[in-house]
Unconditional design. Structure first.
Length: 202
């Protein structure tokens, strides 16, 4: 399934229902919205998610971690920006990236992961090979992975293995393959996800 994601910084306004309908006509089936990034929430997240749902798109969110607060604290912040639709989200991605050489601990990741589970949502990990390996993080293959690999190839089975994830194991369920592009006047990244994951139990 083709997906797009919007960061906290993508737009000064919520994504309109007309824009969401345009994206659906373009073949997108899933919209992922940044809810919280380190120390900043997305004031447009809820309206954007509502419009995407009305347009018939699957919806999901992501929350970026930093080393400065426990993982559960970040999840608590992120939920404030979409709590009315929390249980409508297909998943919540925990964003684990190496930024300014600041590593995120396994304890922080585990705290975020268990907090999402405790809120009756499906957590997944979002990361990239360089960040995960540079931070020296262990096998986390029990979690589905949405990997960043900007090779412009939507084939999920053509990407890197790391952290216990691999195309052969089918536990890489999403691949972000185009970064920082503009569509319909909005800055987006483009991914592909395994249909069977997005449509599970639905």
């Amino acid at each position: 399934m083709k997906a797009l994601d919007l960061s906290v910084y993508s737009s000064p306004n919520p994504l309109s229902i007309h824009a969401c309908e345009d994206f659906k006509r373009d073949g997108f089936g899933l919209l992922i919205v940044g809810l919280w990034t380190g120390n900043r929430g997305n004031p447009h997240a809820l309206e954007t998610l509502q419009n995407a749902k009305l347009a018939g798109l699957h919806i999901a969110g992501y929350i970026a971690l930093t080393k400065y607060h426990p993982g559960g604290w970040h999840i608590n912040q992120g939920t404030k920006y979409c709590w009315q639709l929390w249980h409508d989200l297909n998943f919540v991605a925990i964003d684990v990236e190496l930024i300014h050489d600041e590593s995120i601990s396994q304890e922080t990741i585990d705290s975020a992961y268990t907090n999402v589970l405790a809120r009756h949502q499906q957590p997944i990990i979002y990361s990239n090979k360089n960040s995960w390996n540079t931070m020296g993080l262990p096998d986390h293959s029990f979690s589905p992975l949405w990997t960043a690999d900007a090779d412009k190839d939507p084939n999920i089975d053509n990407t890197y293995s790391y952290g216990g994830w691999s195309p052969a194991k089918k536990n890489i369920i999403g691949k972000q393959y185009i970064l920082d592009t503009t569509m319909h006047g909005v800055g987006v990244d483009i991914s592909t996800f395994r249909d069977e994951f997005i449509l599970r139990g639905r």
